[in-house]
Design a protein around this ligand. Structure first.
Ligand code: HEM
Length: 418
């Protein structure tokens, strides 16, 4: 991609229009931020329909080095005051964000309990059915679309992560479409197609919270072999999860586990269509290249565009003086295209080395994605299934992008195969 030269004055990261602008323009803007010494400060705007006043503004972190430095220094850059740009009342931070909006010791306690559902043993149990699910999904597609074309997002990328998370948590099959609807509204709050307002977001979150509390209480009383039962009955220092804590964690998990992985798969398929020689390289020697190809897909897609931290003391980052209480926003999307770190970052390369690491799952530190290994597995199994059964599947039109500054989402993506 040839990046246009974009001057600092030509864009404002707080302007929603920026996030629906042409991709090359946005990438050019982030290149300018990476190349400009210090950090740029952006004021926050009133968000239509969002009932809280704008916060004091934030500094944008665009360089890989700065994003990693902040992410790994949790005592100095905390999450407990919120991890999205806007400020919410404290109770709402934890209600919506669960552990992602907590600091130690609270974060450590909660992560220790829920990690019991993510042990290698549990994940390998889940992995066994990832393959089975992907196989059934492709069966369904072949059966349902004899004309050999469909919406890749709706029929291929979205169902797998959703079904896996629901299965893991012990959610009955008949409830998965309800869960899907709730997650769409919560993460697509800024996009009119998904409800697009704060009220709809609250209704969905409360419905899902209540659903989860009931599920948690049920599994505490009648444990099965699902991860909800493991979490609800696990103890750390003699303490168990409360149903409220489980409710909030469930919202985080279901949203985090779904929307991210499906967008990685969708962007990955688009990249494999746009770079056919990379598809050929990977598919001709699948096992050899899978580990790097999957991380390259996550770098390329960067499904989560940013997370925020707040400075707990006066400090300095990227040559910029910061004061306690200043907000810094880590733009993973920019870190993942930092030309200081990645050779020719706008080239999709399934053999790209794993070091230095890409920041799609976070940039190290205590909040690093709990589901990274599961997500990697889902992505590789999905592409393996496509490779074997729909080998010439290609994207046939332009993606319909989600309007969001937080999730790099694709809502619809036409595809065809012969
Ligand atoms: C390609 C797919 C995925 C991407 C790109 C992704 C990305 C991220 C990112 C950027 C973070 C924040 C890291 C930080 O602040 O340091 C995160 C945290 C998290 N992710 Fe993922 N994620 C993915 C899949 C999943 C899956 C499949 C699950 C679970 C089923 C999951 C569960 C979580 C949880 C629970 C956290 C919060 C961890 C904490 O606060 O301690 N993610 N993820």
């Amino acid at each position: 991609m040839d990046l246009p030269a974009v001057a600092l004055d030509d864009f404002d990261l707080s302007d929603f229009e920026f996030w629906v602008a042409d991709r090359a323009f946005r990438e050019g803007a982030f290149k300018t931020l990476r190349d400009t010494p210090g950090l740029q400060f952006y004021t926050e705007r009133v968000i239509e329909g969002f009932p809280f006043p704008p916060g004091p503004g934030y500094y944008a972190l665009a360089r890989h080095e700065d994003v990693w430095a902040v992410s790994r220094n949790a005592p100095l850059f905390c999450s407990g005051q919120g991890s999205n740009i806007g400020d919410l009342p404290q109770e709402m931070n934890e209600f919506f964000g669960s552990m992602i909006n907590m600091d130690d010791p609270k974060h450590f306690r909660l992560r220790s309990i829920v990690s019991k559902g993510f042990t290698p043993k549990e994940i390998s149990r889940v992995e066994q059915y990832v393959h089975e699910k992907a196989e059934r999904l492709v069966d369904r597609v072949l059966d349902k679309f004899p004309e050999r074309e469909c919406d890749f997002v709706e029929h291929i990328a979205a169902p797998l992560p959703l079904e896996i998370v629901c299965d893991m948590m012990g959610i009955p099959e008949e409830d998965t479409s309800r869960i899907f609807g709730w997650t769409n509204v919560i993460l697509g709050a800024a996009d009119p197609e998904f409800g697009g307002n704060y009220e709809a977001l609250m209704v969905s979150a409360l419905d899902m919270f209540q659903y989860a509390q009931e599920l948690g209480e049920n599994r505490r009383a009648h444990p099965t072999d699902d991860i909800t039962s493991i979490m609800m009955n696990a103890e750390v220092d003699g303490e168990q999860l409360t149903p409220q804590e489980f409710g909030s964690f469930f919202i985080l998990l279901v949203v985090a586990g779904n929307e991210t992985t499906r967008n990685a798969i969708s962007h990955g398929m688009k990249a494999l269509t746009d770079f056919p020689e990379q598809r050929e390289l990977w598919w001709n020697d699948f096992e050899t290249h899978t580990r790097t190809a999957v991380d390259e897909i996550v770098r390329w897609a960067t499904p989560v565009v940013h997370f925020r931290r707040t400075a707990t003391a006066d400090t300095e980052i990227g040559g910029q003086e910061l004061h306690a209480g200043d907000k810094v926003v880590m733009f993973y999307s920019s870190a993942n295209c930092d030309e200081r770190v990645f050779d020719d970052p706008y080239r999709f390369d399934v053999t790209r080395p794993l070091q230095p690491p890409q920041a799609g799952f976070g940039a190290g530190g205590p909040h690093f994605c709990l589901g990274a290994n599961l997500a990697r597995r889902e992505i590789s199994v999905m592409f393996d299934e496509i490779r074997r059964r729909l080998p010439d599947l290609r994207i046939t039109g332009e993606p319909d992008y989600l309007q969001s500054n937080f999730i790099n989402g694709i809502k619809h993506l036409p595809c065809a195969w012969s």
